[in-house]
Design a protein around this ligand. Structure first.
Ligand SMILES: NC(=O)C1=CN([C@@H]2O[C@H](COP(=O)(O)OP(=O)(O)OC[C@H]3O[C@@H](n4cnc5c(N)ncnc54)[C@H](O)[C@@H]3O)[C@@H](O)[C@H]2O)C=CC1
Ligand SMILES: O=C(O)[C@H]1O[C@H](OP(=O)(O)OP(=O)(O)OC[C@H]2O[C@@H](n3ccc(=O)[nH]c3=O)[C@H](O)[C@@H]2O)[C@H](O)[C@@H](O)[C@@H]1O
Length: 460
């Protein structure tokens, strides 16, 4: 099938490459000419495991091409995927300007039947707006060309995007046009793996499904993070609680890890956008409001642990930070907890040396020449002379360091583990003063540690 992919970011490039992998003829469009130049010269503008191989293979086979020529993109695909960004507007609503600009381009130039697919995460009612823009542009030309608008939200995770797209849990298609549904079914047939994974529904339900999924996942995390703070106060261990509740299949152990707050380009913005959508309908989403507030507070928990140990004035103190990306296997730092932690420490006069396997270039772009912030080439080098090590992202390579060497590098053997990657007892046996998120204090096997183990709320 001929597919045009509008927007070659995380979603567009992965979707385009994976569709090409199944034999489709895919043309990827981006208004960012620099991105297109990188792709045309064989580079990949983002860090996403396995993506380079899929892209290279399909470019070589002639099934995947890139362009910044809008007319060429509109002419190419019967299926026109819109996979552009939908960042939060000042009031928290999803900014639809890029989606509607893409739709306008299609309407302005299309000459035959097109299925316009909303792949971007967009609020309920957006398909109607896209339809209206297409009709308006066609109307201006007095050209009654047939088209359909389909909602096909994407559920891939960064860092596992290719795998998620190739082996989806489900494929949601919101449409009311039979011809369009048939085309979408055919397009996604190779991804079904002998099991019906395609769920068709009306467009509005499909649009809401995407926000509901992210909001539910964000809720699980904030819920566990709040319980982790309570566990710290009570001398309980959130990891044991996670196993204890996760064994109930109605709850499950997945996606239940307490940590230093969720980040990324989607949970924060989608939670905000859903709250805003509901408010527009006169409904307050009380639970989601709390989810957002709890997460904002959770991003400050590591900084607060530092202040409790070292006092409010951190002048002369130096900290090692492991992990800049909002999660492992990506260089994405949008809404990353590391940004809040670094700001908190630097604003109190501390200096910070950070290490991340892939996100240092992105950090340099974000922080510029921020005084007090430096970067190291290895995790151990980052720890050199630090008063404490803060773990912010759970990269695999952080999980089994040489603890003896690490201790020798640090000025004080303090580890504040924002992702609970270490076994507290194991690390303490090396003489570290270790604190995780919601972990039992030293010597406690889950008993009541009373007021001594209490944390002052960490803003929650
Ligand atoms: N990043 C993720 O893991 C996921 C993102 N989503 C959603 O997918 C959408 C895209 O997200 P990302 O890929 O992360 O964004 P991104 O920011 O990485 O990429 C968007 C791309 O669209 C391009 N663009 C903007 N306007 C354009 C236009 N009129 N014509 C052609 N190209 C244009 C930009 O230059 C940029 O390269 C968002 O709505 C997001 O919420 C959904 C699931 C997962
Ligand atoms: O709409 C989107 O863009 C995507 O948003 C998330 O994917 P992503 O943001 O890439 O990453 P996640 O793995 O979901 O992690 C998000 C954040 O939650 C945190 N997290 C995750 C899981 C957990 O148990 N605890 C926890 O704190 C991570 O550290 C990270 O900061 C969803 O998982 C995807 O299904 C969705 O398609």
């Amino acid at each position: 099938m001929k597919v045009s992919m509008i927007g070659t970011g995380y979603v567009g490039l992965v979707t385009g490459a994976c569709l090409a992998e199944m034999g489709n003829d895919v043309l990827c469009l981006d208004v960012d000419e620099n991105k297109i130049r990188i792709l045309e010269s064989g580079g990949i503008p983002i860090h996403e495991p396995g993506l380079d191989a899929v892209v290279a293979r399909n470019v070589k086979a002639g099934r995947l091409r890139f362009t910044s020529d809008i007319a060429r993109s509109v002419a190419h695909g019967t299926l026109q995927f819109i996979a552009v960004g939908t960042p939060p507007d000042e009031d928290g609503s999803a900014d639809l300007q890029y989606v509607l600009a893409a739709a306008r381009n299609i309407g302005r130039l299309m000459t035959d039947y097109k299925v316009v697919v909303d792949k971007s995460t967009v609020p309920v009612g957006t398909a109607d707006k896209v339809r209206a823009v297409l009709a308006e542009e066609l109307g201006k030309r007095g050209n009654p060309v047939d088209f359909a608008v389909v909602s096909n939200p994407e559920f891939l995770k960064e860092g596992a995007a290719v795998d998620d797209f190739m082996r989806p849990d489900r494929i949601v298609i919101g449409a009311d046009d039979e011809r369009a549904i048939l085309l979408m079914r055919a397009l996604y047939a190779p991804f079904q793996r002998n099991h019906e994974r395609l769920i068709t529904m009306d467009v509005r339900s499909a649009e809401l499904t995407k926000y509901a999924a992210n909001a539910m996942l964000a809720t699980r995390i904030s819920f566990m993070n709040e319980l982790a703070l309570l566990a710290e106060r009570m001398g309980a261990d959130i990891e044991r609680v996670r196993l204890g509740i996760g064994s109930d299949p109605r709850i499950g152990t997945h996606f239940l890890y307490a940590g230093a707050g969720y980040g990324g380009s989607c949970f924060p913005k989608d939670v905000k956008a859903l709250i805003h959508t509901a408010a527009g309908e006169g409904q307050q989403l009380e639970v989601l409001g709390a989810v957002e507030r709890a997460n904002d507070a959770q991003k400050r928990v590591l900084g607060q642990k530092v202040l409790r140990r070292f006092g409010d004035d951190l002048a002369g103190k130096h900290f090692a930070l492991w992990g800049l990306a909002f999660k492992p296997n990506t260089d994405d730092m949008r809404e990353a907890t590391s940004r809040v932690v670094i700001d908190d420490l630097l604003s109190r006069g501390a200096t910070v040396c950070a290490y991340d396997p892939v996100a240092i270039t992105e950090a340099k772009r974000i922080f510029g020449d921020r005084p007090g912030l430096s970067y190291a080439d290895t995790p151990l080098a980052a720890a050199d002379g630090a008063d404490a090590l803060l773990v912010v992202t759970e990269w695999m390579e952080f999980r089994s360091p040489d603890f003896t060497e690490l201790k020798a590098k640090l000025r004080q053997p303090v580890i504040l583990d924002g992702r609970n990657i270490f076994d507290p007892e194991f690390v303490r046996a090396f003489g570290f003063d270790y604190e995780g998120i919601g972990r039992a204090p030293a010597g406690e096997a889950g008993g009541n540690a009373g007021a001594d183990a209490g944390q002052p709320g960490a803003g929650a």
